[in-house]
Design a protein around this ligand. Structure first.
Ligand code: HEM
Ligand code: HEM
Length: 174
């Protein structure tokens, strides 16, 4: 199997990103759910500390994946229909928007922020940046849950296509 994509199948780079990120995103929703349903319990204490670092890692991976996709657009398998194409574009946009909104809020709080020991913001003195805090608080969690719905829809459509002569699973899996 080639590293690159072809008109009939996705290559190893795309598959590695797709399935690797699917696992990381599953974990990301476990930590979000732990916070939502099990606040102040051992379950939250176990899952929640990974939420911010893994969220930042997902943003980096998704930007890399976007660059990989746009530079190989011409040699990828064609979408089965317009809805599939729009759905995939939407997934890209939302997986980028969700962590960006959280990072804006993080920056606006004025606190220093680091992940995996790498400094991201050094923090600042003085007033917090209100619009950044509000934008993150109003939209990060909401859009995050909307992403979960989109992903479930995506999985459902992949499963439904298996039953037709437009099975798209082999191009991403076999
Ligand atoms: C793809 C990446 C991410 C996804 C899918 C995601 C998803 C979510 C979801 C669904 C919630 C809602 C939990 C609730 O309703 O209580 C949430 C909350 C939260 N997330 Fe994320 N997140 C991501 C990245 C990040 C990043 C990078 C940060 C920090 C820089 C972050 C910080 C937070 C915080 C502080 C909360 C609790 C406050 C709130 O509900 O807004 N997240 N996240
Ligand atoms: C178990 C879960 C999943 C299954 C069974 C699945 C299945 C598939 C299949 C069969 C394709 C090829 C579709 C085609 O070319 O028309 C595909 C593509 C795609 N999937 Fe998934 N998927 C899953 C999880 C996810 C998750 C969590 C995301 C989140 C971003 C995602 C995002 C995408 C995107 C953007 C594409 C287009 C190809 C690309 O640019 O990587 N998938 N998926």
């Amino acid at each position: 199997m080639g590293k690159s994509d072809s008109s009939t199948r996705y290559g190893t780079v795309t598959r590695f990103l797709h399935w690797g990120m699917a696992l990381l995103i599953l974990w990301q929703f476990l930590s979000a759910a732990a916070r939502y349903f099990f606040e102040d319990t051992a379950i939250e204490a176990f899952f929640w500390p990974t939420h911010k670092p893994l969220g930042v890692l997902l943003l980096v991976l998704m930007v890399a994946r976007l660059l990989w996709a746009v530079t190989h657009l011409k040699q990828r398998p064609p979408s089965v229909n317009l809805l599939a194409k729009l759905g995939h574009v939407l997934l890209y946009l939302v997986v980028i928007a969700v962590p960006v909104l959280a990072l804006l809020r993080q920056y606006g709080s004025g606190r220093a922020f680091e992940v995996f020991g790498i400094p991201i913001f050094s923090g600042f003195e003085g007033e917090k940046i209100r619009w950044m805090l509000d934008l993150g608080s109003d939209w990060h969690g909401e859009l995050g849950w909307a992403l979960l719905v989109l992903i479930l829809g995506h999985m459902f459509m992949a499963w439904r296509h298996r039953k037709t002569d437009q099975d798209v699973m082999p191009r991403m899996w076999k």
